[in-house]
Write a new protein. Structure first.
Length: 64
């Protein structure tokens, strides 16, 4: 949901070295990290919000 579209990186939560590797990537790539965060924020504003997600339900309720 977040990794495939490029909003985040994945790591194995059972592997401390993998967690460190991902965190180090974020620290050494601040511009890329910001782009990822902004893309995710835009997706939240555009599609992953209450109004957008429940619009079909409201249509059903108001048109019946």
């Amino acid at each position: 949901m977040y990794v495939e579209p490029g909003y985040s990186l994945a790591c194995n939560i059972d592997d401390p070295e993998d967690i460190v590797t991902v965190l180090q990537w974020y620290l050494t790539h601040p511009k890329e990290m910001r782009v990822m965060g902004e893309a995710g924020r835009r997706r939240n504003l555009d599609e992953w919000n209450y109004e957008y997600q429940f619009a079909p339900v409201m249509d059903l309720l108001t048109n019946n």
